[in-house]
Design a protein around this ligand. Structure first.
Ligand code: NDP
Length: 290
């Protein structure tokens, strides 16, 4: 595969990391404050714990403060709400992540609403998702933000293009569609969103200039589902025989795609860095408004 076909998520993440460090140092010089991210987790889901370790490492790299609140999976909803209230009011915390999935006895809806919209750095609160839906976003959710940033930094034109997103989850597919529909020269796409009831996926993907796969099914997107050399962005992370693979059958699709992200090393590293960008933005907004 030609080298310039591959989109190097790690390199993009490093670029953003340097920018965040510079901006955060400037912010510190003015305010004497380093942004702080607080993460709340209930229970010990291994994938969630792994993700939180990655966030902690990324915070260290950019010099942000990090605090983890580990609660038992049996924690009552009102106890979690009390902790959220405490973090909402804590001047030292600028960003809050409530790790999902939450235990079944806790209403995700109540938790989402309780989180301060000003500290909601992964766009979990319905107010922030609503603002995105009406085209006036505060924070962009980190994974779709990463896809958007990758397209922008790789100078892949989105305006006027047909983007086919496979997957309609509230954390990836749906908000990504809203981002790409923004009236903004970096967006202004025509978007099709597919899901498990869309029927023959290839009918849609063959008409795409850009395909984004966010499904959670290993190698679902095959070479015969592509036409006209589209750009392919693979959000999926699936473990197969102890190996991380995407939703795209990389080996065959990379022969036809004009550009492609690998898994690992594509969207994942950029996602973590977008969380840092949002946390810095939250800190700046909070300081400015106080
Ligand atoms: P969800 O399970 O919440 O959503 C999956 C979506 O895919 C659903 O909309 C579902 O349709 C659709 N789908 C399932 N099967 C098919 C099919 N055969 N054809 C078409 N659509 C299908 O997953 P997430 O959005 O949370 O995550 C998607 C993937 O992205 C996962 O692999 C996850 O690990 C990864 N991920 C990666 C991140 C990163 O930073 N790299 C961050 C977040 C997620 P329906 O709605 O009808 O059920």
């Amino acid at each position: 595969m030609e080298k310039d076909k591959l989109i190097d998520g790690k390199a993009i993440s490093m670029q953003i990391q340097e920018e965040v460090i510079l901006e955060s140092e400037e912010f510190f010089e003015k305010t004497n404050i380093y942004p702080k991210l607080s993460v709340v987790i209930l229970g010990e889901d291994p994938a969630s714990l792994f993700y939180i370790r990655m966030i902690e490492k990324t915070c260290k790299k950019v010099g942000f403060q990090f605090e983890k609140y580990s609660l038992s999976a049996q924690t009552k909803e009102n106890e979690l709400l009390n902790l959220i209230e405490q973090l909402n009011n804590d001047n030292k915390t600028h960003g809050i992540i409530i790790q999902t999935p939450l235990p079944r006895h806790i209403s995700q809806n109540n938790i989402q609403k309780a989180l301060s919209a000003d500290k909601d750095v992964d766009c979990f609160n319905p107010i922030n998702m609503g603002k995105l839906a009406i085209g006036n976003p505060s924070f962009l959710p980190c994974t779709p933000y990463a896809v958007f940033e990758i397209l922008k930094r790789e100078k892949i034109k989105v305006e006027g293009k047909h983007v086919v997103i496979v997957g309609r989850s509230s954390i990836v597919g749906k908000p990504l569609a809203l981002i790409l529909l923004l009236k903004n020269p970096d967006a202004n796409a025509t978007v099709t969103v597919c899901h498990s009831r869309s029927g023959n996926l290839a009918n849609f993907t063959r008409k795409a200039d850009i395909i984004v796969a966010a499904v959670g099914q290993a190698e679902l997107i095959k070479a015969d589902m592509l036409e006209s050399y589209p750009v392919v962005i693979d959000v999926g992370t699936n473990e197969v025989d102890g190996k991380l693979v995407g939703d795209v059958s990389f080996e065959e699709v990379s022969k036809i795609a004009s550009r492609i992200t690998p898994v690992p090393g594509g969207v994942g590293p950029v996602t973590n860095m977008m969380l840092m960008k949002n946390t810095l933005q939250a800190a700046k907004n909070i300081v400015q408004n106080n």
